[in-house]
Design a protein around this ligand. Structure first.
Ligand SMILES: *Cc1c(COP(=O)(O)O)cnc(C)c1O
Length: 386
């Protein structure tokens, strides 16, 4: 334990120590954290659904009818009718043959890898892919080749030189979680076809937000199940619920049910969460204005930032990072903003590459114009004085 204490002290000295703040209110824009009211610009509740009355009502009703715990894994007797309804609805919504629910996005990505990969396989990953995609390939013991962020020429060279493999899978975030930019899925799907690889897309930050109906980046780019055979998205971000799903062919989903260890050996999520997800899917349809408002907020944040000379990273998504560089400085600005009533998370290595510590500003449909302006004016003032 002495060794652990030394390592923790080193971490603190390097400005890498992570600290949790405690939320005393519902998730949303106007939160109370550690007892202090703050406007949140760091959650992933992009549409303001996490505390929406319809999600609350759906979950409460399901709990009253069916209780809280699922009591067992899906393959024993924890697979509830509500899970089944939700899977059918997600499959129809994403235009895939079948969908499968998971307790979390992390578990879904590990499940895909655990069911599909072994040491005869090769995985190609964007360097900025989410940790769960990197960890998945490791768990699957596949050979892993990483290409520079969105450098599809390098990916093509790697595919060209790749040795024989039983399977090849190209894996990418749809919207990159710490940068907010998107993968070029049209080109990726062509490369996948050309080199006999499967394309796997993690649409955690696109699902609910992008596309005409909110079905995500794949809807926005018009790519079907043949072009992107493995789609994964989370339900705890824009959908305001919790968990995740994988959607694709009958054969893909049945393989996950049969073989994915994090699926087989884990208790099913509470049925009430499936009820909440179903309510969120209804709201994507009936309150489409939320997507529009979010996109309006993104546009006004970027316009105001540019007036103030703040160079946000290029991003059209709800994730609008401002690179600071130095770890301690990013934390300092985040702390100063907090004192002034704005909560923006400082993201440091290893979550982002060394030297690119940043403020990860995220927007919600529930932010007002005044709140967006207030944040940027305060931020510009702080940056001038440091
Ligand atoms: C959040 C996230 C995950 C993990 O999902 P959880 O449901 O939070 O476990 C996976 N991939 C990406 C890109 C994410 O942003």
């Amino acid at each position: 334990m002495k060794q652990l204490e030394t390592e923790l002290a080193e971490r603190r000295a390097a400005g890498l120590y992570r600290r949790r703040r405690t939320l005393d209110s519902a998730q949303g824009v106007e939160t109370v954290i550690d007892g202090q009211p703050v406007i949140s610009f760091c959650g992933n509740d992009y549409l303001g659904l996490a505390a929406h009355p319809k999600l609350r009502a759906a979950a409460t009703h399901a709990i009253e009818q069916y209780g809280v715990g699922s009591g067992a894994s899906h393959l024993v007797n924890g697979h509830h009718r509500l899970h089944d309804d939700c899977e059918r609805r997600l499959a129809a919504f994403t235009g895939r043959e079948r969908a499968l629910l998971f307790g979390s996005g992390y578990a879904a990505n590990l499940s895909i890898a655990s069911a599909l990969l072994d040491r005869h396989d090769q995985v190609f990953e964007d360097r900025l892919n989410h940790a769960s995609l990197i960890d998945g390939a490791r768990l699957g013991r596949a050979r892993v080749t990483r290409y520079r962020h969105n450098d599809l020429q390098q990916l093509q060279d790697q595919l060209e030189r790749a040795a024989e493999a039983r399977r090849r899978i190209i894996v990418t975030d749809g919207v990159f979680s710490m940068d907010g930019d998107v993968a070029d899925l049209a080109v990726l799907s062509e490369l996948a076809e050309q080199y006999a690889a499967w394309l796997q897309v993690d649409d955690a930050h696109g699902f609910g937000v992008l596309g005409e109906r909110g079905a995500g980046l794949l809807e926005a780019t018009g790519l079907d199940q043949r072009q992107v055979p493995i789609l994964m998205a989370t339900l705890g971000k824009a959908l305001g619920s919790a968990g995740a799903f994988v959607a694709g062919s009958e054969a893909l989903i049945e393989t996950l049910v049969q073989q994915a260890r994090p699926y087989v050996y884990s208790t099913a999520s509470p049925p009430a969460l499936a009820a909440a997800t179903l309510a969120a899917l209804d709201l994507l349809e009936s309150e489409a204005w939320r997507r529009q408002k979010l996109h309006d907020n993104i546009a006004s944040l970027r316009a105001r930032a540019s007036e103030l000379g703040l160079s946000l990273m290029p991003s059209a998504s709800a994730i609008q990072p401002l690179v600071i560089g130095d770890n301690q400085k990013a934390v300092q600005i985040s702390d100063d903003l907090f004192e002034r009533g704005y909560h923006v998370a400082a993201i440091r290595p290893p979550t982002v590459p060394a030297g690119s510590a940043r403020l990860r500003i995220t927007l919600s449909a529930d932010h007002s114009d005044d709140q967006v302006r207030g944040l940027l004016d305060t931020l510009a003032g702080l940056l001038e004085s440091t």
